[in-house]
Design a protein around this ligand. Structure first.
Ligand code: COA
Length: 185
């Protein structure tokens, strides 16, 4: 993991290399920035099947509805969230209880500078404490940055679902990536 932990709970603050940047749990005041980052990524057509817009009120409701095992973190740069990342249960079936789907979104102006890597490292560090033994990512066709991010963290490519969903009427394949976090498997 990057940086030095400054707390002991799951919601601890973790400092990352820039002194005024820290990864912390998302709060209602971050909702507008989270929605704007999400909508910019949606506009690329390769990040997600989700459709916008996501204004602050909608994202506040979304944040409030997330359970204990579906946390959201932001990278706070001088009080503004410039990236967000989340974990969520992969399935409602109890035997997949230890599998989480991860999500990382970086503001377009901050991409390419290592922020996505810091956020994914943070998720990898936090996941075992939430009872997860594996992270799974769903990468849409054409999302080279998303694939590179996962590969760089040691994720394995499981395979590719053909025409798994559609964006603006165009079918998209989805590549599944996974990283097992347990040592004794
Ligand atoms: C994917 C995303 C999170 C990456 O964030 P980032 O801050 O730009 O990534 P980083 O600078 O930390 O780079 C991570 C890796 O991706 C590579 N990368 C970054 N942008 C890339 C691009 N456009 N094409 C190919 N590789 C790229 C980097 O070289 C780096 O590789 P390395 O780990 O082998 O050194 C960011 O592009 C984003 O928010 N995209 C929209 C949301 C999304 O698609 N999320 C992924 C699915 S959850």
């Amino acid at each position: 993991m990057n940086g030095v932990g400054v707390g002991s709970s799951r919601s601890m603050l973790v400092r990352v290399p820039t002194p005024d940047h820290l990864i912390r749990r998302a709060e209602p005041r971050d909702a507008g920035a989270i929605g704007a980052i999400y909508d910019d990524a949606i506009a690329t057509g390769v990040a997600t099947f989700a459709a916008g817009p996501h204004d602050a009120a909608e994202r506040r409701t979304w944040l409030a509805a997330r359970g204990e095992r579906a946390p959201v973190w932001v990278l706070d740069a001088d009080g503004t969230a410039i990236a967000w990342a989340a974990l969520a249960p992969f399935s409602h079936r109890e035997w997949y209880d230890g599998v989480a789907e991860y999500t990382v979104y970086v503001s377009s102006s901050a991409q390419g500078g290592g922020v996505g890597g810091q956020m994914l490292d943070h998720l990898i560090g936090e996941a075992p404490g939430l009872g997860y033994w594996k992270l799974v990512g769903m990468i849409l066709e054409g999302n080279e940055a998303g694939l590179a991010l996962a590969r760089g963290r040691g994720f394995r490519e499981v395979g590719t679902h053909h025409a798994h969903g559609h964006v603006d009427g165009a079918w998209r394949d989805v590549t599944v990536v996974e990283l097992h976090l347990a040592e004794n498997r």
